[in-house]
Write a protein that binds this ligand. Structure first.
Ligand SMILES: Nc1ncnc2c1ncn2[C@@H]1O[C@H](COP(=O)(O)OP(=O)(O)OP(=O)(O)O)[C@@H](O)[C@H]1O
Length: 309
């Protein structure tokens, strides 16, 4: 069955740019699930999200919601998709309640339905106590919660959250993560971008890693973890790095990183035998790690640790 959101071979080049910001991105997001979107600075996340929010026209490729082209969906029922942007998207001079009422109007909600949605979103984001406070006076965490509450007013089916926990304290962060999970459990399709890998590990069902406008990986979180877990990292004395790498080469794909040699073991390769091969080559293993790999390590390996602007 096709997913709720299908992005197919999307490419985009900003006017005058030398390289495309998106170069053939295909992705899917399903109801009841969180898709974690990871990528270094400049990877193309915001460009992708700007397509979903209708801010950028499609130059190449296609985006569909339940099989219907996004442009059509945006024309007929724009509130099916909500984007909670990185920046604060509310009026600082208005109170929390005024902001919600104002955005309820913008979402074409009125009367009892508007009142009901404002109350529900205030409650969901636990903002009732702050209903009378001006936006400008809220703490970072409360501002994020207001951003989320506004996005949820029209009960969107697809919710895109662009780094929703930047600048919030640990309590608000935990609350926001929990809220996102509840939204997915309630049947929404969620796309969640963050630079915090632990957040993605905590809430994503599926993870897409984007770099240079391309999808490097798109897989269930558990599969990505398992992929990383086949890495063996070895530091050994008595051998030059090339010799150490040569000793480990029969066991998988080898590369060097910060004085260590990392082997992506081929299926069935025994890490014990790989370490024995190091000893047989005259090396003394000083440090070895196997069977555990955080999403962060895998991410850095895939995106090759190059510093971005
Ligand atoms: N308005 C623009 N005009 C020209 N180039 C742009 C514009 N916006 C972004 N780019 C370029 O497009 C590429 C993708 O940028 P984008 O902002 O989508 O990345 P990102 O993954 O969201 O990064 P970040 O994590 O920093 O927000 C980058 O090379 C960026 O410099």
């Amino acid at each position: 069955m096709p997913s709720m959101l299908e992005v197919c071979d999307l490419a985009y080049r900003y006017p005058g740019a030398s390289a495309p910001a998106l170069a053939g991105v295909s992705l899917a997001a399903g109801r009841g699930a969180v898709l974690g979107l990871l990528g270094p600075n400049g990877a193309g996340k915001t460009t992708l999200i700007s397509h979903l929010s209708g801010q950028l026209p499609i130059q190449q490729g296609a985006i569909a919601i339940d099989g219907v082209p996004l442009t059509e969906v945006r024309r007929q029922a724009p509130t099916r998709i909500a984007v909670a942007p990185q920046e604060y998207a509310f009026f600082p001079a208005l109170t929390v309640a005024e902001n919600l009422a104002c955005f309820a109007g913008a979402a074409r909600l009125s009367g009892a339905r508007a009142r009901e949605r404002v109350a529900a979103c205030l409650a969901f984001a636990q903002l009732e106590r702050f209903a009378g406070q001006r936006g400008a006076r809220l703490s970072g965490g409360l501002k994020r919660r207001l951003n989320l509450a506004i996005a949820l007013l029209p009960e969107p089916e697809l919710i895109v959250l662009d780094e929703p926990t930047v600048g919030v304290d640990p309590q608000s962060r935990a609350f926001l993560l929990d809220a996102v999970r509840r939204l997915a459990d309630g049947g929404a399709a969620i796309i969640y971008t963050s630079h915090y890998m632990d957040e993605i590990e905590a809430i994503a069902d599926r993870v897409a890693i984007l770099d240079h406008g391309q999808v490097l990986r798109d897989a269930p979180l558990a599969d990505l973890r398992a992929e990383g877990a086949r890495q063996l990292r070895v530091e050994a004395a008595g051998l030059t790095t090339p010799t150490l790498a040569a000793a480990l080469a029969p066991f998988g794909t080898v590369r060097e990183e910060g004085g260590r040699v990392i082997v992506d073991l081929v299926a069935g390769a025994d890490p014990g035998l790989a370490l024995a091969a190091v000893a047989a080559a005259g090396g003394e293993v000083r440090q070895a790690r196997y069977g555990e790999c955080s999403l962060e390590q895998l991410f850095l390996t895939l995106t090759q640790r190059t510093l971005r602007d």
